[in-house]
Design a protein around this ligand. Sequence first.
Ligand SMILES: NC(=O)c1ccc[n+]([C@@H]2O[C@H](COP(=O)([O-])OP(=O)(O)OC[C@H]3O[C@@H](n4cnc5c(N)ncnc54)[C@H](O)[C@@H]3O)[C@@H](O)[C@H]2O)c1
Length: 312
Amino acid sequence: MKKIVITGAAGFIGSNLTDRLINEGFFVYGIDNLITGSLDNLSHLSSDNNFDFINHDVTKHIDIKDKIDYIFHFASPASPIDYLKYPIQTLKANAIGGHNALGLAKKNNAKFILASTSEVYGDPLVHPQKESYYGNVNPIGPRSIYDEAKRFIESMTISYHVYHKLRVSIVRIFNTYGPRMKINDGRVLPTFIKQAVNNEDITVNGDGTQTRSFCYIDDLIDAILQLMNSEYSYPINIGNDDEVTINEIAGLLISILKSQSKIIYTQLPEDDPLKRKPDLSLAKKILNWNPKISKEEGFKLLVEYYKKNNLI
Ligand SMILES: NC(=O)c1ccc[n+]([C@@H]2O[C@H](COP(=O)([O-])OP(=O)(O)OC[C@H]3O[C@@H](n4cnc5c(N)ncnc54)[C@H](O)[C@@H]3O)[C@@H](O)[C@H]2O)c1
């Protein structure tokens, strides 16, 4: 049986990835220090023989005695509320934690898969963003904690590939949503859903014409599973290219939830990107992958999850 290490396994994406890999017949070691994740996301696996949880901070040396075949480095606070609360921990989880995870991969000659982000493009001047775009990042701005941490660990990952011949994949994840996304993590979908369900004002930053594109978690996990076995080592965008304005998202959620909420406008945060849409041509070519779940379908699934778990 092939063995996998997932750092950040108690988080939103890490726990969904853990479930899927166990279902596919792998043994998973899930490592997490629970800084932003929760054991609730893994409680259903507590008696699963193919899962072992290790409560560990990845900025400290990672030691696993077993032979490991794949390492997924997903540990990092990811929502702006979290990384602004834990700035140094975020920089360290990516840079030092990523380096430790690469060391474990090298020791095992395992394939290393890095969760990077669309934030490496910063506030992009090119639209949509292709992997070849170098980005527009303020190296000391408020979001630099996250953006620069990911840019650094991408560079480290490629260096391990070039100098140590390690097999690597780098996934530049664009906004992803779905079950286990925290209701209070400050991101636009949970925030608007909570406001809409309570018929409170929906707070849109700026004038709401800024765009985002949202990928449902199952589509992201499909792409990650294909990347596991791909020989392609350079960054690859994964997301959904259905670009929507924040105003449209508010309107759609008001209609799904049959809400009485009104939209009000607040100040746009510093360095908030105005446009965000992946160019997915590389993923389509290399992985023959396309996102399948529409925003109408996915938003309903997220609302159902929150309702079922009494979170709204
Ligand atoms: N959710 C998105 O839309 C999105 C977009 C782009 C990239 N990503 C990346 O995907 C990964 C997972 O994001 P997520 O949305 O699931 O966030 P999350 O906060 O839900 O999960 C991150 C997990 O990492 C753990 N962690 C953080 N620092 C750690 C450390 N030092 N040691 C051990 N564990 C640690 C946290 O406790 C948490 O369980 C992150 O690397 C993030 O940057 C996410």
